[in-house]
Design a protein around this ligand. Sequence first.
Ligand code: KIV
Length: 264
Amino acid sequence: MKKTAVVIRDMKGVKNIVALTSYSYWMTKIVNQVDIDLILVGDSLASMVLGYKDTTPVTMDEMIHHTNAVSRAEPNSLIVADMPFMSYQSSQEKAVENAGRFIKEARAEAVKLEGGKQIKDTVRRIVQVGIPVLGHIGLTPQSIHQMGGYRVQGREPERAKSLIEDALLLEKAGAFAIVLECVPSVLTKEITKKLHIPTIGIGAGPHCDGQVLVIHDILGLKTGHVPKFVKQYADLTEHITKAIEAYKKDVTAGKFPGKEHSYE
Ligand code: KIV
């Protein structure tokens, strides 16, 4: 069954929401073999696919290009496109226009924006034109320079209070769900309890209404630092390395192509 933003919203209290990022056609085809509720074409595209150090450089055109590849795979999951840095912060008009581009040009079915009270009116405007919005609060990587690093958010009572406020304001503005990133479990529990819409956690503990992770992280499709909140379910880097080594060995030794891979 095709998942819509309404279906995802109504999953609160019924079933845990399972979400994953995807950035390409074939990966989405594979993800679609499993019943995943929501695919996020995250701006983590910047670091997972394009080789940038953080998410700030990725552009609207790059996000549209990859969202299109995902939507061409026609997954049953809800397709959410992440609005990149500076595509929605400077004016509400620009935000609505760019959210609309994701729907018209890339066949996304919802958009995600980072931030709380400072973007609540922008969220309302986007929802008013008929585009479902997924909120994102806690650690918001587009503000990494202001936050001073990838740190857990909401440990101090003042910050915890403002995150609760942010969540309630986003709900009021019409968001269908909210991503909570790197938030202590007790605070997640409180926010999740206060909201009528689902929370989807990443590094936010077990009390959310769902979970999202970056696909490269769960598949071990990269090397280097693995955040505490990631559970790696496969080590594809090792499998891929072994396969490429075997190919190289065969070609070097003249063993590939054999008769079975050649035309008469
Ligand atoms: O860009 C991203 O991948 C995200 C996470 C919430 C997974 O925003």
